[in-house]
Design a protein around this ligand. Structure first.
Ligand SMILES: Cc1ncc(COP(=O)(O)O)c(C=O)c1O
Length: 469
């Protein structure tokens, strides 16, 4: 493909994306293909000769699209949304076109400096502590791994980095509702899964901080070394918010690294009405949230912040001859701020999103998403056969069909059937969780183009389907 062909096909591809997004409501939200359907349609060997772009585009429509779950569909209410936007997609095309590998400042100074500024914009607009330093990671899982590694090194005076893991008594505390990425990080970072302590939660499924302190004391009595505690703002199951200030006080008292995982709900902090949630952030050592979930920035883009840049750098720094530059120490070489050496130019899409929407535009959309969830919450509260299982937080509603005549066991089966039937319909897609043993539907209203009509449609369908289960 030469640049003339690229220009021609490029316009066509942009048209394809625009058509796809304009017509997205025609597709079943959740892909309906069966395991192996796509695989069997892809030729066993790569082509020897170049193929015309036309045949690629027709295979895209015929083979790939049926196997896509449409995350940008306004009736995608499952998991947490990974919403995108036109400005973000355009920036992504430019990023790919530039094709820069932004491992050190010199390999693209603008990428490094735009990244620094974007992280400062988050600090300013989200009421985060002004002394924090930010860096973009691919995902929250990677950011949390960076936090665990930094915690390990700080506690062992960088001994594990130098001599290997001989401290098999280092303990990490989180709540029973914490995301699985914490357990994964604990395994990878060498703490050992047995040293992850899952602290009990209260009625709201938020960490019980008095239990946290007892578990830490038990560790100390047993000659174990508490090292890190992880609090969550917006748990995956129910968006529960851990008591950040109380956890922060305990972390300071016992000299623990305090990491906050706000992967989803962190985007909500761009609304001043949620600034109160940042109380206690001054006691945290690290913090992560994902603009790629609820900030109109296509996957992947995770914002990670630390109090001590020095500890982060000392944990990850490595300096082979070929990476030595004259600007070292005077600029941010982001390869030292996390696991990978190579880095994509992700800051560009944040810049495009911020400038195209404006802060007002972003805030208006988020407030609308929250209002839609509030409307749904009211419908559930007003309906005799449905109940909320936890109070709504931001734009997620956790509820179940709960007709009184059925036992708890029957309700669990009926609600599981309800989720299955709704998702099989292709009209909407939602996911489930369990709240103290009760099978619950979990509906998020966070898509870029979602409107009231989509939430009404979801609710009507839930009511209708609940008659059949
Ligand atoms: C609370 C929480 N933390 C972490 C993650 C992991 O995010 P990522 O896919 O960016 O690693 C998720 C994913 O949904 C999450 O809900």
């Amino acid at each position: 493909m030469n640049s003339k062909d690229f220009r021609e096909q490029g316009y066509r591809v942009i048209d394809w994306v625009a058509d796809y997004l304009e017509n997205i409501e025609k597709y079943p939200v959740k892909s309906q293909v069966l395991p192996g359907d796509t695989f069997s349609q892809i030729q066993e060997d790569p082509p020897i000769r170049p193929e015309p772009f036309d045949s690629l585009m027709s295979d895209l429509d015929e083979i790939i699209l049926p196997g896509i779950t449409h995350w940008q569909h306004p009736n995608f209410h499952a998991y947490f949304n990974g919403n995108s936007s036109f400005p973000s997609v355009l920036a992504e095309i430019i990023t790919a076109g530039i094709g820069a590998q932004c491992m050190v400042w010199e390999t693209s100074p603008a990428a490094a400096e735009l990244e620094e500024r974007m992280m400062q914009w988050f600090i300013k607009t989200m009421n985060l502590p002004s002394e924090w330093h930010g860096v973009i990671q691919d995902t929250a899982s990677t950011a949390t791994l960076a936090a665990l590694l930094s915690a390990r090194e700080q506690k062992t005076n960088f001994d594990v980095n130098n001599s290997g893991f001989q401290h098999n008594k280092l303990r990490v505390h989180c709540s029973t509702e914490t995301h699985s990425s914490i357990e994964k990080g604990v395994k990878i970072a060498g703490f050992g899964r047995d040293n992850l302590v899952k602290v009990e939660t209260n009625d709201q499924l938020a960490m019980d901080s008095s239990k946290l302190e007892s578990r830490i004391q038990e560790d100390l009595e047993n000659n174990l070394i508490p090292c890190c505690v992880i609090g969550t703002i917006g748990t995956t199951g129910t968006l529960a918010i851990d008591p950040i200030e109380e956890i922060g006080n305990i972390a300071q008292k016992y000299k623990l690294w305090f990491h906050i995982d706000a992967a989803y709900a962190g985007s909500g902090l761009i609304l001043p009405e949620y600034y109160h949630l940042t109380q206690g952030f001054d006691k945290a050592d690290s913090y992560v949230f994902n603009p790629h979930k609820w900030l109109f920035t296509n996957f992947d883009c995770s914002a990670y912040f630390v109090k001590s840049k020095e500890t982060l750098l000392q944990t990850f720094e490595i300096l082979p001859e070929y990476l030595k530059t004259k600007t070292r120490g005077k600029v941010n070489d982001y390869r030292d701020w996390g696991v990978p050496l190579g880095r994509r130019f992700r800051a560009l899409k944040l810049w495009f999103v911020f400038r195209s929407f404006g802060l007002d535009g972003i805030q208006e959309k988020l407030r609308n998403h929250i209002a839609l969830a509030h409307w749904l919450e009211e419908q559930i509260n007003d309906h005799a056969n449905f109940e909320l299982l936890v109070p709504r937080v931001m734009n997620m509603v956790v509820f179940r069909y709960a007709k009184e005549t059925f036992s708890e066991e029957e309700l669990n089966i009926k609600n599981a059937n309800l989720v299955q039937q709704l998702n099989d319909s292709g009209a909407i897609y939602l996911s489930h969780t369990k709240v103290r043993g009760k099978y619950a539907l979990r509906l998020v209203t966070g898509q870029t183009t979602i409107e009231m009509r989509h939430v009404r449609k979801a609710w009507d369908l839930i009511l209708e389907t609940s008659q059949d289960i």
